[in-house]
Write a protein that binds this ligand. Sequence first.
Ligand code: PLP
Length: 422
Amino acid sequence: MDHFNYKDGELYAEDLPIAKIAAEVGTPFYCYSTATLERHYKVFSEAFDGVNALVCYAVKANSNLAVIKTLARLGAGADVVSEGELRRALQAGIPASKIVFSGVGKRPWEMELALEVGIHQFNVESEPEVKVLSNVASRMGKIAKIAFRVNPDVDAKTHAKISTGKAENKFGVPWQDVSRIYGDAAKLPGIEIQGVDVHIGSQLMDLDPFNNAFLRVRELVMLLRSEGHNITQVDLGGGLGIPYDGTMPPTPTSYGAVAINAMGNLGVQLIFEPGRLIVGNAGVLVSEVIYVKQGAERKFVILDAAMNDLIRPAMYDGYHHIDTIKEPSADAVFEPMDVVGPVCETGDTFAKARDLPLLEASDLVAFRSAGAYGAVMASTYNTRPLVPEVLVNGDQYAVIRKRPSLEEILDLDTVPTWLDNE
Ligand SMILES: *Cc1c(COP(=O)(O)O)cnc(C)c1O
């Protein structure tokens, strides 16, 4: 459920007409709903009521400070994958004791900051990484609390670009080496083993892969304990899907039941890293129609948003429902149209043959479910300014990231002096 609904013939974000925000901020822009963010966080965390669980929001899904802070105020922890995200989480008020640090390529200076502030756990993804972490921690006189991310070799049955738990993927340590790797790491100075971590992919629409992975992790915890390791933390990652095209994913409650069934009596703290599930349906990308063009075979709607603003369709074949801001009348005629952006790439296509009501220049549309992996993946390709972000709360809104000016973008470049003369 979200808080983007038609009222009096136009699309609202909570109590505000989106057209009003568009008139003031300009298009394209991302629009997030506080009530939806809060609701999703609560529904997820309530699936673990009475369970020793830590919900670490995966910051990479949407790392705006205002979004993180909205979740921090509800008690969320954070899963971060870079020093930049760690700084965002801390600045948004998430205590270090609720932060886990994931990612296959952590650098020594990133580890240093995480050790300095005392994060809850490093999710270590390789043997070379644990050696570097051991060196950094020893030099600082600190102890790094770690889990190894293990690769359970299960098929998450999701898009290849967001599947992470197969043996062929770059993530985690190989299943058959886990026992030896834990044994070796236990001997390293500055390292304290406390857990096991797994994350098999994103936008999962089926509980079976989770169940398979979690049951394997359960066996692993028992094996590692029998080998003398003190396992108190099990991080089950993120990845639960959201309904982009109307297909319903499993509910957080049924997902929680699978996790609790697998881990229930192990006496560990469970960690979860939901990203998309929290922010995906809490955001829309609002865009204006520039032209409607009749091609040789198809009709094209050319928008002022493009693949550089929302790359999911180009990168993951992602589907986004498109709503017109004006509510279509009961007798509106729909016709199939290709919805595209102005970027000079054929891949700059949001939808093909999508049935939409008749549109004309300056009409507004909203891409639904754009709150996750939207703004964070935006670029300035074609020298298009990064798309601004707006947060709505009831009948008020704030610009939480402004649109950079073209001057600011051009100022980032430097022309070397040898090109100056003549
Ligand atoms: C991306 C990622 C997540 C979040 O995944 P969602 O599908 O957005 O829930 C969680 N943990 C790790 C390690 C990730 O890489």
